[in-house]
Ligand binder design. Structure first.
Ligand code: SF4
Ligand code: SF4
Length: 142
């Protein structure tokens, strides 16, 4: 019997390292358009900072209705420092996934994202990135 799931997770592991290696340039943490936090992100961040929701909303989060986003300061995410993300261990899911997001499968998006993220291995064909997403979807991971 074949071992499809472990094979595909192994090839995914190999592919991630080939496709992307963060240079910690911090570009994706810049700008006033900020990242949103899902429920799990919010809980993880509160636990990591050991603060109350009220305190997080006052200091770190921008809350609009049911949407919670990181605040920005001086044109970058409030947790961005010169050495990188100050809350790396508890960063939002969207930050952890970046830039290997589903939209990268679209050639136009790939061109835009790869032009701003030096960590993406641009010497590889776009098809390899698409293969990565296929493997990831088949294994049910995000
Ligand atoms: S833009 Fe890319 S390489 Fe730079 S910090 Fe963000 S993910 Fe890493
Ligand atoms: S939480 Fe960290 S990784 Fe995410 S945008 Fe802010 S500084 Fe960057």
């Amino acid at each position: 019997m074949s071992n499809d799931s472990s094979d595909s997770s192994h090839s995914k592991e190999v592919l991630v390292g080939e496709l992307f290696c963060c240079t910690r340039c911090g570009f994706c943490c810049q700008g006033e358009t900020t990242v949103s936090l899902n429920e799990d992100d919010q809980k993880r961040m509160l636990a990591a900072l050991a603060i109350s929701r009220e305190e997080a909303e006052k200091q770190y989060w921008r809350v609009t209705g049911s949407t919670v986003q990181m605040k920005t300061v001086d044109g970058h995410c409030i947790f961005y420092r010169r050495h990188g993300c100050e809350i790396h261990h508890a960063r939002p899911t969207r930050c952890a996934q970046w830039p290997l997001i589903e939209q990268l499968g679209d050639p136009d998006n790939f061109a835009i994202i790869s032009s701003s993220c030096p960590g993406l291995n641009k010497s590889l064909p776009h098809a390899l990135f698409c293969r990565y997403f296929d493997c990831r979807n088949k294994s049910g991971q995000r």
